[in-house]
Design a binder for this molecule. Structure first.
Ligand code: 5GP
Ligand code: ZN
Length: 111
């Protein structure tokens, strides 16, 4: 996807603060953090969202990356993972990503 900002981040064509990377995924800090720790985990391949036929090995790599982010960022007290799916759910970047939020007491609510 030529004009996709997250494809460009995955290809290191635009800068980001990378927290973790392997052959399938990249995790980088959100530009506009909503919590003391706010890291995005993305597949290197372009999928629009979590229901856009993401292969099982890519989903597994993303789960692994989330665990690595939690370790690297010291989120031993817990964290929240969010995947906004579709514009009406607040998805603004149409390249599948999971938000990892933590570093403070997030409370009991889902939203
Ligand atoms: P969404 O609303 O689509 O679930 O989340 C998109 C997220 O991407 C937002 O939290 C926004 O701050 C972040 N974001 C958008 N553009 C960039 C960028 O160029 N670099 C980084 N690091 N984060 C971005
Ligand atoms: Zn993309």
């Amino acid at each position: 996807m030529d004009d996709c900002i997250f494809c460009k981040i995955a290809a290191h064509e635009i800068p980001s603060t990378i927290v973790y990377e392997d052959d399938k995924v990249v995790a980088f800090d959100d530009l506009n953090p909503q919590a003391p720790v706010h890291t995005l985990v993305i597949p290197k391949g372009h999928y629009e969202n979590i229901v856009d036929g993401v292969p099982a090995d890519v989903l597994e790599a993303m789960t692994h990356a989330i665990a690595e982010v939690a370790k690297i960022k010291g989120l031993d007290r817990g964290f929240r993972v969010i995947a906004n799916t579709g514009a009406s759910a607040g998805q603004t970047v149409m390249h599948f990503h999971m938000h990892v939020l933590g570093g403070k007491d997030l409370g009991e609510g889902l939203i």
